[in-house]
Write a protein that binds this ligand. Sequence first.
Ligand SMILES: [Zn+2]
Length: 495
Amino acid sequence: MIRIATAGFLHESNTFSTIPASLALWERAGILEGDAIRREYAQAQSTLSGFLALEQEDPLVQVVPLVFGRLTPMGAITQQAIEHLMQRIVGAIRDNGPWDGVLLPQHGAAVSVPFLDADGEMLRRVRELVGPDVPIGMALDMHGNISRAMVEPADVVTVYQTNPHIDARAQALLCGRLLVRTIRGLIRPRMALATPPLVVNILNQGTSDRPVADLLAVADAQRQRPGVLSVSVVEGYPYADVPEMGMSFIAVTDNDQTLADDVAQQLARAAWELRQALNQGGTAVEDALRQADTAPAGPVVLFDVGDNVGGGSPGDSTHILHAARALGIGNLLQAVCDPQVVQQCQATGIGGRITTSVGGRSDHLHGAPFPIEATVTALGDGRYEETGPTHGGFRFFNDGPSCALKTDDGYTLLLTSRSAGSSSLQQFRSLGIEPTGFQIVVAKGVHSPRPAMEPIAKALIWVATPGVTSANLSTFSYRHRRVPLYPFEPDAAWP
Ligand SMILES: [Zn+2]
């Protein structure tokens, strides 16, 4: 019997966010152990479900889930939280060993105090614990900012190859299969990492659209070369001020370092040639609203890029709402995080009237509170389940206590108590709101809302809203990024 441990933490850390990923928030989100991990993830489509699926296809493999936490993207992880997480994870691996292998379900863009590369630090500690002879596999998110420390101590690293991320399970399963073959002595993985000095704007990261689709085709061709076990295109996460911020490529071969280096370099070169196309902007707020309002049919989905909850924004931006009111455009549906007003609505009750302001409370980047006079139309606990495809393959959602409001000037607002992205239409339907009935639906995100929104949208517009996930990267001041780095230094040359 092959025994494989799996344990880890998943966080995409926006170092420009002012909300720290504290231990209290990790615990509220849930740090699961043992069978609780199986219950939450075995039937999902996420990384852990891929690791656990190894057992179904090979009765001689046992995958033991130990500890796993995941938290919505926000600011960097506090020192207390990262030490707690890593000590629990490393402690559980130590106390339940020995192991034939370890599988880490990490993200690749986790930043903590004091580790700018928290995923690399996690891997370093696990390697130190198990020693040089136990194979380690790691499956990462396509937004990882990949460091040498995330690759060199590991035997196999795979990365989602879709954005929105609908292949998390498949890539984790690939990682697990390669790890099992390594344990059995059937392959000897060699890895290469290439990091061209290049950022991909969040607006150009859709994998079914050009130019990333073109790069994925190059990756597919490289994957056909004899001896290649895995090829990963990694888009990177621009909202983390770390040295590795940017695009990267990982190649895994069977005992052929030269081949791995060549595959990674060829992809890096291909990306460099596409650098301009990988950095296009979005539509201005007023233009987007006018286009949506005059479209022959709705709903037109506006992606609120500056308030991309999946990228670390607070989910309480009011920029689009204020602009819509100034233009006299109603018939709009949007979710806003505002726990205070949810409490007011709970006290008021369904059918009750409320005069207040919503959103714009978390910081000064996401608009002013939006004044409303409204009727409360629904109250709920914010829990819903999505059985269709979702970004990251997650199935169960919890936005915290929630309510629905209809303002007297026509806006339908869904208020949540936690920052909530737009990964599922069940978010609205669980509170009796049918999104297909609106001319305009605002989605909090860039890619994560697509599986939910594309089936109902007559058109999609990416809106260049301000915020902590703005597509305009010149609004952020970086201290740790590489120099030169395209597009910050537009004349940067191929190294
Ligand atoms: Zn991602």
